[in-house]
Design a protein around this ligand. Structure first.
Ligand code: NDP
Length: 253
């Protein structure tokens, strides 16, 4: 029996990347996991069937965060999926993972691009938490995925890093607010982590990115998922409001 047996979890953006690895890991620990996606229906369904064939429990839920009504749609699907499987809409763990990157020079960043980054990366997690809290019993867990770029300069990602700086404020202030309920709120900051971006198919680029980590490799999605799984567990009950560096030592300089 895993350490999350009987718990329910939402992982936003878990059709791929580290969200997927997190959904798989939480399910392996026994949680019933809502695999959230925006466009990747087939990918999300594949994650669900992979979890089920490993003996775990999961279901897919679609909504586009950052679009009007996105959080509402997410919770309609989430609550329906939870009720069908558990008889209640109780939600123990929220992982705010879905995010979009910038990759645009500061002088070329348009107001529309800036608004989109803020809407998906910062505004949506705030309202996901607001909407989740009435369903979350005491002892719940909230984990927000930030980025090492709140501590490591990259001028092509100023707007993106601003949104991640905002995400980190959720842990500081919500941790204080929710402490009396035993709910912990933490930020996890990955460094460069392999995802579907074609840059990871270019060996020279991977070598350069790997050199940023003291371990001389890029992160794998599971490297971050394991940290999130710890924070989601009872073992992390005394950790709240924390910034957890999961960058493979990139921030050591
Ligand atoms: P991926 O790009 O591999 O996957 C992104 C996931 O988020 C997908 O499941 C995607 O769903 C979902 N998503 C994206 N936009 C939206 C949206 N508007 N509404 C709903 N879902 C959305 O992610 P990564 O694993 O690379 O990154 C995960 C998190 O980690 C992000 O917050 C990112 O900023 C952060 N991060 C990533 C780093 C990296 O090097 N990869 C480094 C530091 C932080 P779908 O496919 O269905 O559209």
């Amino acid at each position: 029996m895993g350490n999350l047996t009987g718990r329910t979890a939402l992982v936003t953006g878990s059709s791929r990347g580290m969200g997927r690895a997190t959904a798989e890991r939480l399910a392996r620990e026994g949680a019933l996991v809502a695999v959230h996606y925006a466009t990747g229906k087939a990918a999300a369904e594949e994650v669900v069937s992979g979890i089920e064939s490993d003996g775990g429990r999961a279901f897919a839920v679609r909504s586009e965060l950052g679009a009007p009504g996105g959080v509402h749609e997410l919770f309609l699907g989430l609550e329906q999926g939870l009720k069908e499987r558990t008889g209640s809409s109780e939600l123990n763990i929220v992982v705010n993972n879905a995010g979009v990157m910038g990759g645009v020079k500061p002088e070329d960043t348009t107001p529309e691009q800036f608004d989109r980054l803020v809407a998906v990366n910062a505004k949506a997690p705030f309202f996901v938490i607001q909407r989740a809290l009435p369903n979350m019993p005491d002892g719940g867990r909230i984990i927000n995925i930030s980025s090492g770029l709140t501590r490591f300069a990259n001028p092509d990602e100023i707007a993106y890093a601003m949104t991640k700086g905002a995400v980190e404020m959720l842990a500081l202030h919500y941790a204080k607010y929710l402490g009396p309920r035993g709910i912990t709120v933490n930020s996890v900051a990955p460094g460069i982590t392999r995802n579907g971006n074609p840059v990871f198919d270019i060996p020279e680029a991977v070598e350069q990115m790997a050199a940023l980590s003291t371990f001389n490799r890029v992160g794998e999605p599971q490297d971050v998922a394991d940290v999130v799984a710890f924070l989601a567990s009872d073992d992390a009950r005394w950790v709240t409001g924390a910034f957890i560096d999961a960058s493979g030592g990139t921030l050591l300089g």
